[in-house]
Design a protein around this ligand. Structure first.
Ligand code: COA
Ligand code: AMP
Length: 635
């Protein structure tokens, strides 16, 4: 590889301050940074430490000043409500400024936290940008999480105000959010001062006196608030993500590095130009939604599509092609699972024939491993580059990608191509030694991480260091395993911890185990992720009953499924479990989840030498066979 990519990559590693200092010029600063990287507090690093800016100004006001006031900023396309709305940059700025005034009026000031628990509607974007405008720190919680999960986030973020809507719409179901919000606040130790509720026509929420306020009324009465200059290192948002335990991690995003990195990525990775239409078919509750529905397209002066629908069933598997064609989308970013869902219902791609996709140039996929079958299907059907790229909530933007705007490298199905400029990716063995090409290990990133990545966890520097930096000193531990090939292409093979990916959603099996273990009949349990053709992985529970307990399996499983839905949420997709006599363990008592996963996926496995009783593996295989899996009968 010799060319634009290699030159940019080499420069970013050799001279990161020059590389990012140049990239930083594309962003508008109240006070231009004089230093690019502060590494005086290692292992903590900060980018553009003395720069002052405002993300909302960069995303809205600046474009208006540059003549984009009448350009569409958001296309809200909602097949579930049969609405398509075009919102210009001016209209969005005016709403955001007034909503920022609402927050001010409620006493929200710079540094205060605000939780946003909202569906995919323009007001969710307004809420995020309004926080950014006045320096409040937002934390968006995905609507598919149950009250308990929301409560855990309330207790960690301690929001002054919470923003929500009366309901979300999932396909044909109307999901009332207000009872979930009520329950979460009841469960949480911390209580927000106020909740502002947007009433949607599909459901009306009964407002709680002295706590709830009506969004529309407040907005109508509010005075607009201006952008506040913030330090580049001030937090823009917190986004909770699943770790290996039941306690999610509060990933912090700063203002300056984030704006610079996302701005850079829109051109160089996604090949976009200002004024063009970009669509990330995700949810504002996930990092993809933060970065590529809201911040990056707006920072770059693009039009972003906010899609309240599914890839299938709203109304059919042609939904994505309809949106691309109707709105002249240039690049779509979604998860492989969405493409698999379309392929399953329309394997021949008949629906595509109805639409003109002549303006469509790239399909970007991330969130889980892109299996070669899905890659080939999409690539043959769409006849545009299908670009796999790898990233995480923690990094906020791609770690490995191809470069539509810098240099398209040849695609190798199964690989998200090469490390993005700024990321010095290394494959490590158990002792933290770098491994050569062809050898699989844990993926680390040499410090410092580039701008836009998380500087720490919310009010928890110790956990940041312990979870991510201590495992391999000098590197950020990604939690993923993989290898490089001889051409420098990275292959990401999956998590090495207990995090699983269900339909592109990151979930913790540890959190599910905590819920299952609370059941009065359960002595111990293990939840693993098993392969699934549609969703990539699905959770599966193994349960050992307490001595003397006799239970019908179906009844118990139904109760466990209900508990996980109630405590974590429907999004966990926990539907299957088996009662077993014992769990396979090492002699020191560690449950052999990796071996169980291999058995469930029908992969060959070696019987660990440390296993307590190898016969248990046969029992696990038998339990899985009974549930329709095809495990190998022996290692
Ligand atoms: N609010 C409330 N409930 C939600 C929700 C939300 N925002 N999102 C999902 N749920 C619920 C669903 O209704 C479903 O509930 P059910 O068990 O009662 O049917 C459950 O959570 C599982 O949802 P999901 O995983 O979305 O499954 P699905 O069968 O409805 O749809 C796909 C399958 C593949 C179409 C869908 O998962 C999808 O579009 N995935 C793409 C994910 C994505 O974009 N990820 C972002 C990374 S880029
Ligand atoms: P999240 O933080 O929810 O974005 O999930 C991040 C995790 O998703 C990563 O650690 C990977 O395990 C997985 N992931 C994301 N993108 C890819 C990809 N392109 N290939 C393989 N795994 C991916």
């Amino acid at each position: 590889m010799a060319g634009e990519y290699q030159a940019a990559y080499d420069e970013s590693i050799r001279n990161p301050e020059r590389f990012w200092g140049t990239a930083g010029e594309a962003v508008q600063w109240y006070q231009r940074f004089t230093r690019v990287l502060d590494d005086s507090r290692r292992p903590f690093y900060s980018w553009f430490p003395d720069g002052e800016l405002n993300t909302c100004y960069n995303a809205l006001d600046w474009h208006i000043e540059q003549g984009r006031a009448d350009q569409t900023a958001i296309i809200y396309d909602s097949p579930v409500t049969r609405v398509v709305r075009y919102i210009t940059y001016r209209e969005l700025r005016d709403d955001v400024a007034r909503f920022a005034g609402v927050l001010r009026g409620l006493g929200v000031a710079r540094g205060d936290t605000v939780i946003i628990y909202m569906p995919m509607i323009p007001e969710a974007v307004v809420a995020m940008l309004a926080c950014a405008r006045i320096g409040a720190v937002h934390s968006v919680v995905f609507g598919g999480f149950a009250p308990h999960e929301l409560a855990v986030r309330i207790d960690d973020a301690k929001p002054k105000v919470m923003l929500s809507a009366s309901c979300g719409i999932e396909g044909k179901k109307v999901i009332e959010y207000h009872p979930l919000l009520d329950r979460a606040i009841e469960l949480a130790g911390h209580k927000p001062d106020r909740c502002v509720i947007l009433q949607r026509p599909q459901a009306t929420a009964p407002l709680v006196p002295d706590r709830d306020l009506d969004w529309t009324t407040l907005l109508a009465e509010a005075e607009p608030a201006d952008c506040v200059p913030l330090l580049a290192t001030d937090p823009l948002y917190i986004l909770y993500t699943s770790g290996t335990t039941g306690l999610p991690k509060g990933v912090v995003r700063d203002n300056g590095g984030h704006a610079v990195a996302l701005h850079w990525s829109m051109r160089h990775i996604y090949g976009m130009e200002p004024g063009e239409v970009y669509w990330a078919a995700s949810d504002v509750g996930w990092v993809v939604g933060h970065s590529y529905i809201v911040y990056a397209p707006l920072l770059y002066g693009c039009t972003t599509v906010l899609y309240e629908g599914k890839p299938v069933g709203t109304p059919d598997p042609g939904a994505f092609w309809r949106v691309i064609s109707q709105h002249a989308v240039k690049a779509l970013f979604t998860a492989p699972t969405a493409i698999r869902a379309i392929k399953r219902e329309d394997p021949e791609g008949k629906y595509l024939q109805q639409y003109d996709l002549s303006r469509f140039e790239y399909l970007f996929l991330a969130g889980e491993r892109l299996d070669p079958d899905t890659y080939h299907w999409a690539s043959n059907l769409l006849k545009v580059p299908v670009i796999d790229h790898w990233w995480q909530t923690e990094t906020g933007w791609a770690i490995a990608a191809n470069y539509a705007g810098l240099e398209m490298l040849p695609i190798k199905p199964g690989s998200p191509t090469t490390p993005v400029p700024g990321y010095e990716v290394a494959i490590l063995d158990g002792e933290g030694r770098e491994l050569p090409p062809g050898k699989e290990g844990v993926i680390g990133i040499r410090l410092p991480l580039p701008p836009g990545t998380f500087p720490t966890l919310w009010q928890n520097d110790a956990k940041y260091v312990e979870s991510y930096l201590d495992p391999f000193p000098g590197y950020y531990f990604t939690g993923d395993g993989g290898y490089f090939d001889e051409d420098g292409y990275l292959y990401v093979m999956g998590r090495v911890d207990d995090v699983i990916n269900v339909a592109g959603h990151r979930l913790s099996t540890g959190a599910m185990e905590e819920v299952v273990a609370q059941h009065p009949d359960v002595a111990e349990c293990a939840v693993i992720g098993v392969e699934d053709n549609l969703k990539g992985q699905l959770p599966f529970g193994f349960v050992v009953l307490k001595a003397g307990v006799e239970r019908d399996e179906a009844g118990l499983v139904a109760e466990l499924v209900r508990s996980i839905r109630d405590q974590i949420g429907a999004v966990a997709c926990f539907k299957q479990a088996a009662v077993v006599k014992r769990l396979p363990k090492t002699r020191s008592g560690k449950i052999l989840r990796g071996t169980m996963r291999k058995i469930a996926d029908g992969q060959s496995y070696s019987v660990p030498s440390t296993i307590d009783d190898p016969a248990i593996l046969g029992e696990i295989a038998a339990a899985l066979r009974e549930k329709g899996f095809e495990p190998l009968s022996q290692g």
